[in-house]
Design a protein around this ligand. Structure first.
Ligand code: NAD
Ligand code: UD1
Length: 344
């Protein structure tokens, strides 16, 4: 059985991908510093799948400790989710972001090379397409016109991985450009619930629906889109997880660096997301229009043809599924927290 190291495996997308890999018969070993997650997510993965696996509390910046994990484990490939991802924070703390994301990746690549592991799947982002490309975004469009340090770390790491594959034909990498992942595992045991006031749309809607925040600010209603609000390609995190399973299968058969969009190929506006959520949950989401958010683009979505043709992968879940599963997770978490509070 192939053994996959999953960095950042306790996080939102990582935990869902761990479930997919375990259910597909892969062995896994998770490396995470839990800076934006908790070991409880890994216990939930064990509960969902009925399978156990090793996990290490390790920061990718601790290269020696990382090397010891490669010594202990026989690794066949790595899926690399570990990274910091808050766009606004990256503008405030660029050195933290470049160090964590870029240095962390370089440490990982060095240890992989030392231990003869040369297959890697990397979590990139649609943000690398920047401001100047027409929609839908296609993998062969120019990248790098990023607008914030977070996005620049993704563009830099993509470049590093492509250079590495060019320099040594034994290296195989897949760069997966995610669009806007939302939703949660249908069990409601894993999902996304950021600390503090959320920046992203779906977590913010959840807080309003829970009554923790009074209303949603809709950033801009004068964009040149069908209802004036921003349009994005929302994708269910379980579809993304399946995409990683397919990418990994293909990684063992390919040579060099390849790039795939993971999106649905279809955009939804902010108001469409709000309306769909209200329909699915039966809970009203009050909103008011606010000025545009700096750095936001009016509309973008994926051209999803390449992943379909070459990986045989296509997103299956609808926006209604995404809203339902996000809400199911938040309600279950709230109930679990209440139970824990009551028994204290
Ligand atoms: P997440 O924050 O939930 O997961 C990232 C995980 O990496 C966390 O568990 C965190 O503790 C861990 N981590 C961070 N720095 C680390 C380090 N130095 N060493 C070890 N562990 C570390 O984020 P996510 O939404 O699951 O995203 C996963 C990856 O996908 C990230 O690289 C992110 O940039 C990328 N991505 C996410 C989105 C999105 O909307 N969620 C979109 C595009 C790309
Ligand atoms: C953001 C990041 C992107 C990152 C992605 C996933 C920016 C500029 N881009 O994408 O780099 O890969 O998250 O982490 O931050 N919206 C509201 N009200 C809110 C929140 C959002 O109206 O309170 C709108 C936004 O204007 C946008 C849409 O909802 O039109 C989606 O926003 P969001 O969920 O933050 O994702 P992106 O901005 O697309």
């Amino acid at each position: 059985m192939r053994n996959i190291m999953v960095t950042g495996g306790a996080g939102f997308i990582g935990s869902h991908t761990c479930v997919e890999l375990l259910q597909n018969g892969y062995d896994i070993c998770v490396v995470d510093n839990f800076s934006n997650s908790s070991p409880a997510a890994l216990d939930a993965v064990r509960t969902i799948t009925g399978r156990d696996f090793p996990s290490y509390c390790c920061d990718l910046l601790e290269e020696e400790k990382l090397g010891q994990i490669f010594e202990e484990q026989q690794i066949d490939a790595v899926i690399h989710f570990a990274g910091l991802k808050a766009v606004g924070e990256s503008v405030q703390k660029p050195v933290l972001y470049y160090h964590n994301n870029v240095t962390g990746t370089l440490n990982l690549l060095r240890q992989m090379e030392l231990h003869g592991v040369r297959r890697l799947v990397f979590s990139s982002s649609a943000t690398v397409y920047g401001e100047n490309n027409p929609i839908p975004y296609r993998e062969d469009m120019p990248t790098g016109q990023t607008t914030n340090p977070y996005g620049t770390t993704k563009a830099m790491i993509e470049q590093i991985l492509q250079d590495l594959c060019k320099s040594d034909s034994r290296w195989n990498t897949m760069l997966l450009r995610y669009f806007n992942p939302i939703g949660a595992h249908p069990s409601g045991l894993i999902g996304e619930n950021p600390n503090g006031i959320p920046n992203n749309l779906m977590p913010y809607i959840m807080r309003v629906a829970q009554g923790a925040l009074p209303y949603l600010n809709v950033f801009g209603n004068d964009y040149p889109t069908r209802d004036g609000t921003g349009v994005r390609d929302y994708i269910h995190v379980c579809d993304l997880a399946v995409g990683h399973g397919k990418a990994l299968d293909a990684l063992f058969a390919q040579e060099g660096a390849s790039i795939y969009n993971l999106g649905t190929g279809h955009g939804s506006s902010v108001l469409e997301v709000v309306k769909t959520f209200e329909q699915e949950s039966g809970v009203p989401v009050p909103y008011q229009f606010a000025p545009r958010r700096a750095g936001d683009l009016p509309e973008y979505y994926a051209d999803a043809a390449k992943a379909q043709q070459e990986l045989g992968w296509q997103a299956r879940y609808t926006l209604a599924d995404m809203c339902r599963d996000s809400w199911n997770f938040i309600r279950k978490q709230g109930a679990a927290e209440k139970k824990a509070g009551d028994s204290e």
